[in-house]
Design a protein around this ligand. Structure first.
Ligand SMILES: [Zn+2]
Length: 112
């Protein structure tokens, strides 16, 4: 079964899909699937200082980090350009000179 969201009005879990809409059979509320998905992808990712990060931001690494599979640590102060926010434990997708594509935890970076 697909994991459908609960009804935003009455919290019913009996919602179903009808074309491009979700429908709640209990209170008859209908809402757009597209809207709902947009909200879900609204990631909130904060840096070490609690500032909100956005796709395309430049950050610096605030402490030396071990990188799996890399011969050296990622040094404190390394600049990371054009980050992309993703879901998960390591919530920043980026490319770093000398390391290539990798993922970082937002708690170890700070926005410039
Ligand atoms: Zn409802």
């Amino acid at each position: 079964m697909e994991n459908l969201p609960n009804c935003p009005k009455c919290q019913s879990s009996y919602t179903y899909e009808d074309g491009s809409m979700y429908v709640c059979p209990e209170c008859a509320y209908e809402w757009s699937i597209a809207d709902s998905q947009e909200q879900e992808s609204g990631l909130v990712v904060k840096d070490a200082n609690g500032n909100l990060l956005q796709d395309g931001d430049t950050v610096t690494v605030i402490k030396d980090l071990k990188v799996k599979g890399a011969p050296k640590d990622l040094k404190q102060g390394t600049r990371v350009k054009n980050i992309r926010l993703v879901e998960g434990d390591h919530n920043i997708d980026c490319k770093i000179d000398g390391f290539g594509a990798m993922k970082l935890k937002s708690e170890f970076v700070k926005k410039i």
